[in-house]
Design a protein around this ligand. Structure first.
Ligand SMILES: Cc1cc2nc3c(=O)[nH]c(=O)nc-3n(C[C@H](O)[C@H](O)[C@H](O)COP(=O)(O)OP(=O)(O)OC[C@H]3O[C@@H](n4cnc5c(N)ncnc54)[C@H](O)[C@@H]3O)c2cc1C
Length: 447
């Protein structure tokens, strides 16, 4: 596909220059663009999004949970960025009137084995504080204490971890806020309805139109919607740096500039949600999670109960691995997942059975298929899970891959991390100005 794209859209000469192009206006791209604008107020930052509105893909198809950071290995990016992101997100919500609720969450054990597992998790989390990674408060409750807190929880539940720092956020209000910060800034622009179709490395030529004596960077070619679903104007800009945060499409951008041996393959795991109206949940105040199966926590946290900002209950997401159709080059067909978003009734029975283990009073009639989201994964089904990945594979091109859960929680911390790397590695302003090729790896020791 990368080769086809390059054939279809031949290289163009740039018509203008910009300091940063952030590719994709999901919650992560928006957070990065906003952060770059605050950190470098005299430099220009464009955030380019193919849809007519921000956050139309994974960022509006998730549980909206502010995770506390308890599941991942101590030295992972997921742990560091989730804990930091959680704290930044609560402050941001309070300071800017973004809807959130600090509901707390219970991770429920229904067997002795699961008690052992959750106690192990508790011990690991205590070590995070000792190691200076961050604070994830947890409290152990026995079954009766759980039912005093949540009377709808059934007798099968024999204990739980209470995570008081877990909550929910209105992802739409968060993205609206970030969008406004970008559009109100002096040097930022949000370019909607515009698809990045090609990026090419621009080598320095000497003289320099950019005013800083160099012309190195990236020629970013875009196609704008013509308003009726077709292709309109094709244009290109020269960007000093490009930050690829294209989510489910990130590998198609990155692979354009990598040799075959370095190309990246993403894998896709759908998560379906079911709305619920009926008995057995009337007193629920906390988010309720089952104990994850060993090593399954890294592909999904189990079908859980979440609440939205209006207090409505939904269950999900489950985990359904998708098999994308492949192109002649062996890559997945871009955007194949768009036709897979419908939630089907055949997944409902399993979800109901899972839920009944901890909420026995729910009625199957009250469940209905709702929406789904797709996780962009760096490992296949059955393989060891992989951390968030932030790479700098070519000078001036930073790329984010595998930003699945807890990406919403981590978004402001991911932006902070990317800003530091742009400062050091692109502008050479910080300490240690060498290029860090990649951050994030396999998650062998899972929590
Ligand atoms: C089922 C599910 C549940 C989740 N639950 C939670 C949760 O409770 N808490 C949590 O913290 N995280 C959760 N997450 C993870 C979180 O939703 C994601 O990590 C986050 O939304 C990723 O944001 P993003 O900006 O990287 O990606 P996206 O939201 O996918 O944004 C990428 C953007 O790039 C644009 N784009 C792609 N290609 C191009 C192109 N060529 N040109 C221009 N634009 C382009 C797309 O249109 C899109 O808008 C969940 C994820 C899933 C799937």
């Amino acid at each position: 596909m990368s080769r086809l794209l390059r054939k279809r859209y031949p290289r163009l000469d740039p018509e203008g220059t910009v300091d940063h192009v952030v590719l994709g206006a999901g919650v992560v791209g928006l957070a990065i663009a906003e952060r770059l604008l605050k950190a470098f107020p005299t430099r220009t930052t464009f955030c380019v999004e193919r849809h007519g509105q921000v956050g139309q893909e994974t960022s509006s198809r998730n549980s909206e949970v502010i995770h506390s950071g308890l599941y991942y290995p101590p030295d992972s990016l997921k742990t560091a960025l989730c804990i930091r992101g959680r704290d930044l997100l609560y402050s941001r919500c309070k300071d800017h009137g973004i809807g959130f609720k600090n509901t707390g969450k219970l991770v429920l054990a229904t067997s002795k084995d699961q008690i052992g597992y959750l106690r192990g998790l508790h011990d690991k989390v205590k070590r995070l504080r000792e190691a200076g990674v961050g604070d994830v408060p947890l409290e152990w409750l026995d079954g009766d204490a759980v039912r005093r807190l949540e009377p709808n929880v059934g007798e099968r539940v024999v204990g739980a971890l209470l995570s008081p720092k877990t909550g929910i956020v209105s992802s739409h209000e968060l993205m609206e806020h970030l969008e406004k910060e970008i559009t109100d800034s002096e040097t930022g622009e949000l370019v909607l309805g515009t698809r990045v179709v090609r990026i090419d490395r621009a080598e320095p030529t000497g003289g320099g139109k950019r005013g800083d004596g160099s012309e190195d960077g990236w020629i970013v070619q875009t196609v704008t919607d013509d308003g009726s679903g077709g292709e309109g104007a094709r244009t290109a800009v020269l960007a000093k740096s490009v930050i690829n945060s294209a989510g489910l499409n990130a590998h198609h951008i990155l692979n354009q500039v990598l040799p075959e041996s370095e190309r990246l393959q993403l894998h896709f795991a759908k998560g379906s949600y079911f709305s619920y109206r009926g008995p057995g949940v009337d007193q629920v105040r906390h988010l309720l999670y089952p104990c994850p199966e060993e090593n399954a926590a890294l592909s999904g946290l189990g079908t859980h109960l979440t609440l939205n900002m209006d207090g409505e209950v939904r269950f999900g997401p489950d985990v359904e691995w998708l098999s994308p159709p492949l192109t002649d080059e062996g890559e997945d067909l871009p955007d194949f997942w768009e036709s897979k978003l419908a939630v089907t009734e055949d997944r409902m029975e399993q979800a109901i059975n899972e839920v009944k283990k901890f909420l026995p009073g729910v009625d199957a009639q009250g469940f209905a298929p709702d929406y789904s989201g797709i996780r962009p994964k760096l490992s296949k089904k059955g393989e060891t899970a992989v951390d968030f990945s932030i790479t700098h594979p070519r000078p001036g091109l930073l790329s984010l891959q595998g930003i699945e859960s807890p990406g919403l929680t981590s978004s402001l911390a991911i932006a902070e991390r990317v800003e530091q790397r742009v400062r050091n590695e692109v502008w050479g302003l910080g300490r240690g100005t060498g290029r860090v090729l990649s951050e994030g790896g396999r998650l062998d020791e899972w929590a």
